[in-house]
Design a protein around this ligand. Structure first.
Ligand code: NAD
Ligand code: DAU
Length: 356
């Protein structure tokens, strides 16, 4: 019997890193099915190295399409689902929340319904072993002040953006499916990720590419909002750990123990790009431009990730210094990937979003 994992949203930033990491281990009894709609954020180029591997299969489709998901579950009989698929960009959720409700809320609901039906029909032994792992975010907890304690698993939800609200809604649905129907769910809430394959609408890749090209580096507000940055490979290892050893019905916070104000992130990137791709026109820090703040911009996120360390033995391996250096180098060395994702609709997004 094959050990099948259904990954949703596996062509995105974190999902593709997760699949590649999973494909490094295991044997022929393992199969990963990647169900992805290929929105602007999904990119099969990330997975080109495994595209023809017999242990991997891509399915193009929407998690909200129940007539697609039902036969997919029946055919492949996964022993786990790792649910990454989502609209993920806060600024886009502010400009147009509808897609966020459709995928993050309705799509997760549809996936839960089909999973419940599939799981109910499994033989007893397989029902016990089955897991649905829902990948969520620290943004559901709202915003911290400078002296506040970090978010823990028991911090009340207080989402502030349409994106955060849609993820909070999906977390609640997952919780309810465990509590009401007994579905063996796991939820992870993670802080800001960075690393290869992140779409350059997000702060770190946007800054690297603009710095490379000598373009303005937009910082919202006073640039002092704080995020807790985690290298994506550490997040993927945490997800694999929770999937293997997590207790059904539990939630686990994942973070980098690495709080930094945005201005410090941008200055660090400027210095690294200066070092790796020296510029005749002077230091990149001069390109930093303060722009109008994001509406409802959360001031600070910080994760208390002691539970996952205490109970499951996971903690981040990468330091910020090593992770950000690898990330800057990757973007500078992968021009073809960059050119492919920064064509057409990306240029339109940048022009609209940063025009004022
Ligand atoms: P991403 O935007 O890079 O990728 C999302 C993927 O989901 C894309 O491949 C897209 O095509 C796919 N997708 C979107 N709608 C779909 C649908 N209806 N059906 C099937 N596929 C669909 O996102 P990411 O940054 O990789 O985030 C992945 C998950 O992790 C999300 O659930 C996000 O909320 C969560 N998360 C992200 C971060 C972060 O820092 N990026 C941190 C914590 C949690
Ligand atoms: O905290 C986890 C979340 O991290 C994930 O759930 C989201 O999917 C992911 O997109 C990310 O959300 P953020 O809003 O924190 O990430 P973003 O890269 O968009 O912004 C990081 C910080 O940088 C934030 O304070 C806003 C600021 N920023 C962002 C952009 C794009 C700027 O100052 N200028 C910019 O141009």
């Amino acid at each position: 019997m094959r050990n099948v994992i259904l990954v949703t949203g596996g062509a995105g930033f974190i999902g593709s890193n997760f699949i590649l990491q999973q494909m490094q281990g295991g044997d022929d009894s393992n199969l990963i099915i990647n169900l992805d709609k290929l929105t602007y954020a999904g990119n099969l180029q990330n997975l080109a190295s495994i595209a023809t591997n017999r242990r991997y299969e891509f399915v193009h489709g929407d998690i909200g399409d129940r007539d697609l998901v039902r036969p997919l579950l029946e055919k492949h009989k996964p022993r786990a689902i790792v649910h990454f698929a989502a609209e993920s960009h806060v600024d886009r959720s502010i400009r147009g929340p509808e897609d966020f409700i459709r995928t993050n809320v309705d799509g997760t609901f549809a996936l839960l319904e089909e999973t419940r039906a599939y799981w109910n029909a499994l033989p007893e032994g397989e029902r016990t072993k089955f897991r649905l792992l829902h990948v969520s975010t620290d943004e559901v907890f709202g915003s911290l002040g400078p002296g506040d304690s970090q978010f823990s698993e028991t911090t009340p939800y207080a989402p502030n953006s349409p994106y955060a609200a849609s993820k909070a809604a999906s977390d609640h649905l997952v919780r309810a499916y465990h509590h009401t129907y007994g579905l063996p769910t796991l939820t992870t809430n993670c802080s800001n990720n960075y690393g290869r394959f992140q779409f350059p609408e997000k702060l770190i890749p946007l800054t690297i590419l603009n710095a490379r090209d000598g373009k303005p580096l937009p910082l919202y507000g006073d640039g002092k909002n704080v995020r807790d940055w985690l290298y994506v490979e550490d997040h993927c290892e945490a997800i694999a750990t929770v999937l293997r050893d997590g207790r059904p019905g539990e939630t686990y916070n994942i973070g980098g123990w690495n709080e930094k104000p945005n201005i410090e992130i941008v200055e660090t990137i400027c210095d690294l790009v200066d070092e790796m791709a020296p510029r005749v026109g002077g230091r990149r820090r001069a390109l930093i431009t303060f722009v109008k703040d994001r509406p409802g911009h959360d001031r600070r996120y910080a994760m208390d990730a002691r539970k996952i360390e205490r109970e499951l033995g996971w903690k981040p391996k990468a330091t910020f210094e090593s992770g950000i250096r690898k990330t800057v180098r990757w973007y500078l060395e992968n021009d073809e990937w960059v050119r492919n994702v920064t064509s057409g609709s990306y240029r339109q997004w940048v022009a609209t979003h940063y025009s004022s």
